[in-house]
Ligand binder design. Structure first.
Ligand code: PA5
Ligand code: NI
Length: 182
């Protein structure tokens, strides 16, 4: 089962006919984010890691607007590290975001600008507030599809470079079947 994207329902005629934008990321798009490089390279690089369906009613960068998206993160591990999103700070670093769990089991990994890391358990119906200045990454810690919804400002943008260079200061590792932030 896969939670479907909400039906777009508008009275604003300017929005009628707008499409949901879909992106997908394969394992090859996640190169460099996992600790176990050897295990990573042995895996099929075209394996689908996650898909994001978004509704972006405003032009990117519009102040005051909101975006909505659902991420479908497939289960799996690279070595003993759970499958996860690239993760990012917002390009406008003070912009906040809501995440909420839809199906499956996940962990939200958060890191502030001082590189302090903590994590929140994500489950169907859980709500997570990501304040400005906090980098965010989701991991699928279950054995089935994990999906979550997000709402963020249309002028937030994504800063992937910082995470690509320095990573998070902790990793979510499976130890005896249980996720540990190490
Ligand atoms: O806006 C968000 O934070 C999410 O929609 C993410 O972009 C999504 O979960 C994919 O993660 P990332 O952008 O880190 O690849
Ligand atoms: Ni974000």
């Amino acid at each position: 089962k896969k939670i479907i994207f909400p039906e777009l329902f508008f009275t604003d005629k300017n929005l009628v006919g707008r499409d949901v934008c879909k992106i997908s990321r394969n394992l090859s798009d996640l190169k460099g984010i996992f600790a176990d490089v050897e295990a990573f390279e042995k895996m099929p690089q075209d394996k689908l890691a996650y898909e994001v369906s978004s509704f972006l009613p405003e032009k990117e960068g519009t102040p005051g607007g909101l975006y909505f998206g659902i991420t479908y993160l497939y289960p799996g591990k690279v070595g003993n590290e759970y499958m996860m999103t690239k993760g990012h700070y917002h390009a406008s670093i003070d912009r906040a975001e809501f995440y909420w769990g839809l199906e499956g089991e996940g962990m939200l990994i958060l890191m502030d600008e001082q590189r302090n890391v903590w994590a929140e358990r994500v489950f169907p119906g859980s709500l997570h507030y990501i304040p400005g200045g906090v980098a965010h990454r989701m991991a699928n810690v279950g054995s089935s599809l994990f999906s979550f919804a997000a709402c963020w400002p249309s002028d937030a943008g994504h800063n992937y470079a910082e995470i690509a260079e320095k990573g998070f200061s902790a990793r979510l590792i499976e130890v005896n079947g249980i996720p540990h932030l190490i």
